[in-house]
Write a protein that binds this ligand. Structure first.
Ligand code: AMP
Length: 281
């Protein structure tokens, strides 16, 4: 694996690779890598000639400075995992390589995506995601971009970003990797106690419970009962459990039995904010 810290050197390297006809797959991450991230690298290796992973803890997407300060950093282990997974290139830029002093912060027209769910509870988060992704994509110029369904709304936002910017990457959304308990793998899980990790599986169980009990008609009772399940399992605070249109993410209060649905949840356990989602039909 080749490690690049400078955007210019990486851009040059990839331009040469493209000239030789190689197709590039890109896996952007914030590090503290786990099997979820590595599954994206695996998919890229199947579908592209050259796999580039980036590790950059992007300050502009943290609406809570304490969350940024506590974000886990395990760079040596990350490098080992990427080597083992056969990743070809790691881009590990310092902050001023992505945000040079004086470079203006762009804003993106994300419409309702920005005010629903994560957008509502994490103001500015998706603008920060778009800022970093626009910059990373402009350096890597991948043929395919690999992202996890774990961050369902983020995938929708990036689809919109690709549309707005005209950047030609094809977005490939990869299934959520889970612990045996069903808990979605996440870099933030390391901040949970062993007991907390067990309790946290309730988030997936409550989403599955909704999937099993979904029927045509009103959906409110399902989300209320799922919220009760989380509270009973010891979750401190629930930001949302929402049964939503899988395309627009608008809440669906009465289901016609046909519209494609997804259920999304965000809740706190041991002060750690966890998110998960499940396609319902
Ligand atoms: P992050 O480092 O958390 O920003 O995530 C980097 C990429 O990995 C994003 O596209 C995430 O959606 C994806 N990802 C994170 N957790 C998982 C998981 N458990 N399964 C699959 N993909 C994941």
């Amino acid at each position: 694996m080749i490690l690049f810290k400078e955007a210019r050197a990486l851009r040059q390297h990839l331009a040469n690779a493209t000239l030789s006809g190689l197709k590039t797959g890109f896996v952007p991450t914030m590090g503290a890598l786990h099997e979820g991230h590595i599954s994206l690298v695996g998919l890229s290796k199947q579908q592209a000639d050259l796999t580039v992973c980036s590790i950059f803890v992007n300050p502009t997407q943290f609406n809570d400075p304490a969350d940024f300060a506590k974000y886990p950093v395990t760079i040596e282990q990350d490098i080992l995992l990427l080597e083992q997974a056969g990743c070809d290139i790691l881009f590990l830029p310092p902050a001023d390589e992505i945000y040079p002093e004086g470079s203006p912060a762009d804003t993106y027209a994300l419409g309702k995506l920005e005010t629903l769910l994560e957008g509502k509870y994490r103001p500015g988060h998706f603008q920060g995601v778009c800022q970093v992704m626009k910059r990373l994509l402009s350096v890597v110029l991948p043929d395919k971009l690999f992202m996890g369904q774990k961050d369902y709304q983020q995938c929708m936002v990036i689809k919109q970003l690709l549309h707005i910017t005209g950047l030609p990457a094809a977005l490939i959304i990869s299934p959520t990797q889970r612990e045996a308990s069903g808990l979605a793998m996440s870099s933030r899980n390391v901040r949970l106690s062993a007991r907390g990790k067990e309790k946290a599986a309730a988030i997936f169980q409550s989403l599955q419970w909704i999937r099993h009990n979904l029927h045509k008609g009103t959906t409110g009772a399902l989300t209320r009962q799922a919220a009760d399940m989380l509270t009973a399992a010891g979750f401190d605070k629930i930001d949302y459990i929402s049964i939503a249109d899988a395309g627009s993410l608008e809440p669906v209060e009465t289901w016609d039995g046909e519209t494609k649905l997804v259920v999304l949840a965000a809740a706190f356990l041991e002060k750690v904010r966890l998110i998960d989602n499940l396609a319902l039909n």
